[in-house]
Design a protein around this ligand. Structure first.
Ligand code: ADE
Length: 230
């Protein structure tokens, strides 16, 4: 049986999945609890990493190296950068970048690490499955670049800086870790995020208000993706 690793950053982002699957075994590794269950003909491993790129890297590495995940799917919330994104909209990442990487002192472009890539593409097959799942439910998926970094963006100038430098449509704090780790381990991955705020001066208030609802929207879309997988 193939194994699908599903990662969120915060407990709220995976609780709807645990409620859906109801029964699972718990395995503790590296400060995370991995919830192990089956669905259709897949092993499912679910965990929340805790916030930020380092935590997400560890959780994703554990999914790959310990649980031998064949696919990684990230579910959670994000700040919207594009004007056409509003709270509750779902974003499917085309690629991920780290807006907080800066070794431009040595002539490198912002976000670029030698021997890596500025933008890491998500898996086209998983993305097609996600798009099919969205079409069936008349969900309008936004497909675009997601920028990750270890800050909660709640400032219109910083927001504009990320848009200008990275052409991203949404911002969050883990997606690029999943992209770096999964691609290095050759695990197909996709990143789904529902918008909780607009990364502007009101972002903290909006995040607190909509975290739970948007996390649920993202998680229930993950279930539709699983249902669309063979
Ligand atoms: N996740 C959700 N909203 C965010 C924001 N504004 N900045 C960073 N991560 C987020």
């Amino acid at each position: 049986m193939k194994t699908i690793g599903i990662i969120g950053a915060m407990r709220e982002e995976i609780t709807p999945l645990l409620d859906f699957f109801k029964e699972y075994n718990e395995i503790q590794i590296g400060g995370n609890i991995f919830y192990v269950t089956t669905y259709k003909n897949y092993n499912i491993v679910i965990a929340y990493s805790k916030i930020g790129k380092i935590h997400a890297s560890l959780t994703c590495s554990t999914m790959g190296l310990h649980f031998n995940a064949d696919y990684i799917i990230f579910t959670g919330v994000a700040g919207g950068l594009s004007n056409d994104l509003k709270v509750g909209d779902i974003v499917l990442a085309s690629s991920l970048c780290q807006y907080d990487v800066d070794i431009s002192a040595f002539g490198h472009p912002l976000g670029f690490i030698p021997e890596s890539k500025l933008y890491i593409d998500t898996d086209s097959n998983l993305n097609e499955i996600a798009k099919r799942a969205a079409n069936k439910q008349n969900i309008e998926l936004k497909y675009g670049i997601i920028a990750s970094g270890d800050s909660f963006i709640s400032d219109k100038d910083k927001k504009q800086w990320i848009i200008d430098n990275f052409k991203a449509c949404a911002v969050e704090m883990e997606g690029a870790s999943i992209a770096v780790v999964s691609s290095l381990l050759n695990i197909p991955f996709c990143i789904i995020r529902a918008i909780s705020d607009s990364a502007d001066d009101n972002a903290d208030v909006s995040f607190d208000e909509f975290l739970e609802d948007s996390a649920k929207k993202s998680a229930s879309f993950i279930i539709s993706i699983l249902d669309e997988m063979e």
